[in-house]
Ligand binder design. Sequence first.
Ligand SMILES: O[C@H]1[C@H](O)[C@@H](O)[C@H](O)[C@@H](O)[C@H]1O
Length: 559
Amino acid sequence: MEDHHFSPGDSDISQPLLSSTPHHRIPHGGFLTLHADGHSYTYAYGPGGIRGLLHNYYALGCAVFASIGGLTFGYDQGVIANVLVMKDFTQRWPIGPWEKGVMTAALELGSLFGALAAGVLADRQSRRFTIALACAVFCLGSALQCGATSLNQLTWGRAVGGIGVGALSMLSPLYMAEISPPEVRGSLMALEQFSIVLGAVLGFWVGFFTRNVDGSNSWRIPLGIQLGPGLLLAFGCVFLPPSPRLLVKRGRNEQALRSLAKLRLRSTEESARDPLIQIELLEMQAEALLVAQTSGTDPKAGGIRAEARSWAQLFSPKFISRTSIGIMMMFFQQWSGINALLYYGPTLMHSIGLQGDAVTLMVSGGIGIVQFLAVLPAIVYIDRVGRKPLLRGGSTVMALAHFCISILVWRSEDDWASHSFAAWTSVGCVYLFTAAYGISYGPIGWVLPSEVFPLSVRSKGVSLSTASNWFNNFLIGLITPVLMETSAPGTFLVFATACFLGYLWSTYYVPETANVSLEEMDAVFGSSAGREDQELKNQIEQELGLHELVRQWTGYDEN
Ligand SMILES: O[C@H]1[C@H](O)[C@@H](O)[C@H](O)[C@@H](O)[C@H]1O
């Protein structure tokens, strides 16, 4: 191996490869070319961004496809706002606020259940099979809604569809995290939020344009259209490469290598020589062995007790800080008040004198578009800037925007007509809030929970975090009207406070996870992972030859 050497490629690399143990990654790299056996391999490490995404175009394609799961979720959100006010719909079923609430809650409760159930299935079956199953359930729910002949059927259709939506909302980020190269993992996973908000924009406009179609087609068409992405994902996911991490967990290392090679754009022969692929695979194996040796259970064993034990593990001292990050991330995402604005927005706009289409356009349409625009820079910068600064900056602006709205509503709510400046400033603040949310808590809510957990508890951890999203979403829907009736300025103050607490939480509690591989996350949570585990992991890595490989390829001695 003496004549193997590495040299920086077309890059601005200032640090040597594998220099920052335990992170075998370049923290602020660029592109790197490694020469071996007369071949040269180019790697994108470090800042990621657009170049990193293009460089990893196959993983990008897979992530885009998997994120269709998020599309189903957003689409429903966009479409239902229109459906509920369509002429045929309201004449056929003149429902009051209570039934509207039940219809919304049916989807959210179904999703809560779906997210939890998928956490169990995703480990027993493959990630892809579970995605296909979730799509089938989603399609059944959509068909029930589209062909509804009674309000009951529609509500049941939403509950069933919700199970699929909830399951997909945890499965897509989970799968994306497991196939992503570390340097673009944030960008790839932010695609989940991209799809959610794209779905919301599409759903909104489809509903907006079909609302004047004659008869029940006005709402059957937009509800039926959701079958399209559901079926596409169900059949298409057969072609997605399997999660290499799950394969390693099951001891199928050869298949894992094949899948990893495909994801990193190497042929099978190349991957056998390619040191970085070997290193990535060995890191996965080391983690799987560590899990097997420390949990004392057969990872393949089933049974209710084993299942209960692995859920309970999430709350053990070892993992509790990660579990709390997942749950609190979604808590703060929802308590930022994004959905309250979507629900309360129309009332706010009405109160400043806007009526009819203008209101729906400005709220559902406007908020959707702002969220959509804001997620674009997040996709590009989330790995370069890091999660923490985005969360901190986002919560600061969000808190200030809510605070301003609160003051303005407090001073003008009795007479908006003569406070038109205050009214329009509040609308501006709503959009400012949405932009700050859309670049921070929106996407990071779907990124952070899926990357902090180790393989042994990852699916359950993501499942629980996603359930926290749905539960808090449900809670906000339930209490916002009551809060608003009690005090509108007070409601905004509650959200301002939640955003401020989110600022403290992200500043003092959340570790930076950008550019860290999933296997190296233990080091980020060092204090809770335990010294013994670190030593054992070290030993396993030695035995697997990982350290030797690192030394050979870099001339870098870790010890
Ligand atoms: O990330 C999404 C998105 O921002 C949606 O607009 C919101 O309704 C969801 O609750 C949230 O999880």
